[in-house]
Ligand binder design. Structure first.
Ligand SMILES: *Cc1c(COP(=O)(O)O)cnc(C)c1O
Length: 417
């Protein structure tokens, strides 16, 4: 094994993705300025503790940058307190559960078959904390939490934490509707914004911190187009509990190069976040409508398919479809739907598409109709290799990251792979 073998694989990956349509709803790409910072010396250093109160020397510039990230995040999300140290969304969730619950407490969360994330279940953080899970009642027609049943379940089961947010996430969750019941039973409300953080930043989805949530966790690399990292927002009242649950609770060093990249992405989102989030959602609605016009079973046509970056198709044999799409350089994932067999998650019937990355590459409504046509050919059984030729040619025109300052930042050009 030589070093060249490894870099050859990475180069091949770069070429493949530059010629592909990335439609996985949990991914995004960073601006050239952020890529440059991810390769900086910050990635070699340690800075345990808080800004101004570190356990290591050599951190004066690291402190400056982390303080920028904190100030920018508070401004962008109009929040009382933020912690930028979780290294991923799962880390942020584990820290929140650690801060807000004790062994045997009840956590009310969405089941994975209804869109809940693995980190909301007993195989992850809730299992480490020995929490008992109560499922949110789910309305298949609306593809959302059943609000009335949710309120009665809160009174009946008296959860310690009511958790909102999901991985399959088409419509805003009923946070306001849960507020009184949660207060009556003494529950904390946590909102997992991993998927929709960029839409919230752009003020185009619900505004959880303004609707009464106590804690909002997130990933910074899905609709929020930053480096892979986590973040937690909370109220002044819970600030110390959350900070302690992050460090020393669940993080030692917090990947300082990613904090620098996060700070730059926050600047980008303060400037371009609204336009970016608006276009992302418009694109998802357009892609849904176009695929529906091609005759596919896109969920929720009567609600314009979505209010987020995602759309979901019920295609039957989704595993085979996802593989065929990949052969045509269309990258997407199969997804469990509520009516699928929960015991066979490897053989679901849904395909989930997200428009956040194509939007970041400058695509708008007319491009979404082209994408729908390419997807339709594969799903209708056309030879993927033939479709791939057209995908490669189409994608050639979309190679620049938009909604960022990179074009003016010549000195920050990322060394080309
Ligand atoms: C993706 C996701 C996470 C996990 O995020 P990572 O940053 O990959 O750890 C958490 N919650 C939800 C709802 C997600 O979709």
């Amino acid at each position: 094994m030589h070093v060249e073998d490894i870099t050859r694989s990475v180069r091949a990956h770069h070429k493949w993705f530059s010629e592909s349509l990335p439609l996985i709803a949990s991914e995004n790409i960073t601006s050239p300025a952020v890529r440059q910072l991810l390769a900086s010396d910050f990635g070699h250093r340690y800075a345990e503790g808080k800004v101004g109160h570190r356990y290591y020397q050599g951190v004066k510039y690291i402190d400056e940058v982390e303080q920028y990230a904190i100030d920018l995040a508070l401004k962008l999300f109009r929040a009382e307190h933020v912690n930028v140290q979780p290294i991923s969304g799962v880390n942020a969730n584990i820290a929140a559960f650690f801060a807000l619950s004790s062994q045997n407490d009840v956590l009310m969360a969405l089941d994975t078959s209804h869109g809940g994330h693995l980190s909301h279940g007993t195989k992850s953080g809730p299992g480490i904390r020995h929490l008992r899970i109560v499922k949110h009642p789910f309305d298949y027609e609306e593809m959302n939490i059943d609000t009335d049943a949710m309120v009665s379940t809160i009174y009946e089961k008296k959860p310690k934490i009511v958790l909102f947010g999901a991985s399959l996430f088409l419509f805003p969750h009923p946070v306001k509707e849960a507020y009184d019941a949660a207060r009556d039973v003494g529950a904390t409300i946590v909102y997992d914004a991993a998927h929709v953080l960029g839409l919230i930043a752009g003020e185009q989805f619900q505004d959880p911190l303004n609707e009464g949530v106590d804690v909002m966790t997130g990933s910074t690399h899905k609709t929020f187009p930053g480096p892979q990292h986590g973040i937690i927002f909370t109220t002044r009242a819970l600030a110390d509990a959350i900070d302690d649950a992050v460090f020393p609770g669940t993080v030692s060093n917090h990947h300082l190069h990613h904090v620098a990249g996060l700070a730059v992405t926050l600047v980008e989102m303060l400037e371009f976040g609204k336009a970016y989030a608006q276009q992302t959602i418009k694109n998802a609605k357009t892609l849904g409508a176009a695929l529906h016009d091609h005759g596919f079973n896109v969920l929720c046509p009567e609600k314009e398919f979505t209010e987020s970056h995602q759309i979901v198709l019920d295609v039957g044999r989704a595993s085979a479809m996802a593989v065929a799409l990949e052969k045509a350089n269309i990258i997407a994932n199969k997804n469990l739907l509520p009516w699928d067999d929960h015991n066979a998650p490897e053989n679901p019937s849904g395909i989930r598409f997200g428009t956040q990355e194509l939007t970041r590459l400058g695509m708008k409504e007319s491009e979404m109709r082209v994408v729908a046509g390419l997807v339709a050919r594969v799903l209708n059984g056309k030879a993927p290799e033939k479709v791939k030729k057209d995908v490669v040619e189409f994608k050639n025109n979309y190679q620049e990251v938009e909604y960022c300052f990179s074009h003016e930042l010549g000195a920050y050009q990322f060394p080309a792979w």
